[in-house]
Write a protein that binds this ligand. Structure first.
Ligand code: TRP
Length: 448
């Protein structure tokens, strides 16, 4: 199979693809709302520290495993394994990650479908199709099924084309659009009344909250979700990077982009909420915290856009297109995890594998839509609260305790001759062996 494996054709292709995976609804929706409900800038501060000190090393572990193995998550982990027990363990970790990615996609597709339907609504409103508009923004089962299916079709159509023509090409198109839209929206919101107050609320840390356990847990969970850790995705993306590239720098660049876009999204969302407040929209919930979750994106912000008159149609359109793009560059990475596994282990053609797996995941989404109250939250917590941290931790254990130190050094040296003299090399192996697994375990245990 080796000859037919895809690969990223350029450094920027990888950066866009990996940043595309990392930057998603987690950044543009999750991060600002978590910030809003966790003491503003205190959360931002903790998030930044954890993203670089814990998520980045774990992210490097996954990329490195993939680039060494040059294969899907299970095969890559098995190449590191030295005996049967390791191999079994490798299967559990790798396959667990793949299942986790599939499960995340099953609920993520539903959320993305909402974003898409809200993006189309301004168009139907502009055309005067009022009934269509209210259907698009109603939380009906039919609408959810239709738009989840549409979104899955988009995801499938990109992944069917493979790594270079699908993932890389589309990430390179969509990511600049996403950044451009985000910046334009921020500039616009800043001209509105109330934005300044939001800006201050966002950037004034309440330092006393920095060490609250709940805040730490939320920030770490957010950082892991945002870098798509523990789901086989970064292992597989790592496997498509050329051995000539300096992985340490590439990983840092992706982390930086991810964190920066989350930060920018905060500059859009939180001031927007205060603008909405200046227009008479309630932005605090019963407990006095800022409204977060679905109510923020699907009530507060649309009310704000409606209040802007006809320009609000364009702003609303831009905002939900931004959300849809962010979701799409992430969802393709989630589908690539299972697809690469099936293609490489079972010798099934990529197109066929993609379609079947995509439909399979859509069926799970449909099941969730039909039993929304029982299953939606469950799928989220199984995959993101339990699955991701656990598997990310086990990947660190793999690197720290099973992989030969010499092999790690050799892999790190590829494309980076000087790594032995760097701070990264002095700290990282030890860090991944002891600090990362312990810290993840503590936070995980606390969150239970
Ligand atoms: N990182 C994405 C976000 O912030 C979500 C995501 C993309 C993801 N791919 C993933 C999460 C794989 C877990 C696994 O929205």
């Amino acid at each position: 199979m080796a000859a037919s494996r895809g690969a990223f054709s350029s450094r920027i292709g990888f950066i866009m693809a990996a940043a595309g995976s990392a930057v998603g609804l987690g950044n543009i929706w999750g991060f600002p709302t978590q910030t809003a409900s966790n003491g503003g800038a205190a959360f931002v501060l903790v998030y930044l520290v954890l993203a670089f000190c814990l998520a980045y090393p774990a992210f490097m572990a996954e990329l490195l495993i993939g680039r060494y193995g040059q294969a899907n998550a299970v095969t890559s982990l098995q190449k590191i394994s030295r005996n049967l027990l390791h191999k079994r363990f490798a299967f559990v970790v790798g396959f667990g990650g793949i299942i986790c990615a599939a499960l995340i996609l099953s609920f993520y597709g539903i959320l993305a479908g909402w974003m898409m339907s809200f993006a189309i609504e301004p168009i139907t409103t502009l055309l005067g199709f009022n009934e269509a508009s209210s259907w698009l923004t109603s939380q009906s089962m039919e609408r959810n099924l239709v738009f989840t299916a549409l979104f899955m079709m988009l995801t499938i159509s990109i992944i069917r084309r493979g790594v270079e023509q699908g993932i890389e090409k589309w990430s390179k198109r969509l990511m600049p659009m996403l950044i451009g839209l985000l910046v334009l929206l921020i500039i616009y919101v800043f001209t509105l009344e109330g934005a300044k107050e939001g800006f201050e609320a966002y950037l004034n840390p309440d330092i006393s909250r920095v060490f609250e356990p709940d805040l730490l847990i939320s920030a770490l969970g957010q950082a892991f979700f945002s870098l798509s850790l523990g789901t086989s995705v970064m292992v597989i993306y790592g496997s498509y990077i050329s051995k000539k590239e300096n992985l340490v720098t590439l990983g840092a660049q992706v982390t930086l982009i991810d964190v920066s876009i989350a930060f920018l999204a905060g500059l859009l969302i939180i001031p927007s909420m205060y603008v909405a407040q200046a227009q008479g929209v309630a932005i605090f919930d019963a407990e006095g915290g800022l409204i977060s979750g679905p109510n923020l994106v699907f009530d507060v912000l649309p009310t704000l856009f409606n209040g802007m008159g006809s320009i609000g149609l364009f702003v609303g359109f831009g905002f939900f297109i931004l959300m849809s793009i962010a979701a799409l560059t992430s969802s393709i990475s989630m589908l690539e995890g299972p697809v690469s596994f099936v293609v490489e282990r079972h010798n099934i053609a990529r197109k066929k594998a993609t379609t079947f797996i995509g439909i399979g995941i859509f069926m799970i989404s449909a099941l969730i839509v039909l039993n929304f109250d029982a299953l939606f939250g469950l799928a989220i917590s199984i995959s993101t609260v339990y699955g991701q941290p656990l598997i990310a931790m086990l990947c660190c254990v793999f690197v720290g305790w099973i992989w030969f130190r010499n092999d790690i050094l050799n892999e790190l040296k590829q494309g980076n001759d000087m790594v032995e003299h760097s701070l990264f090399w002095k700290i990282w192996p030890w860090y991944t062996k002891f600090v990362c697994p312990t810290a993840i375990a503590i936070v995980f245990w606390h969150s239970l």
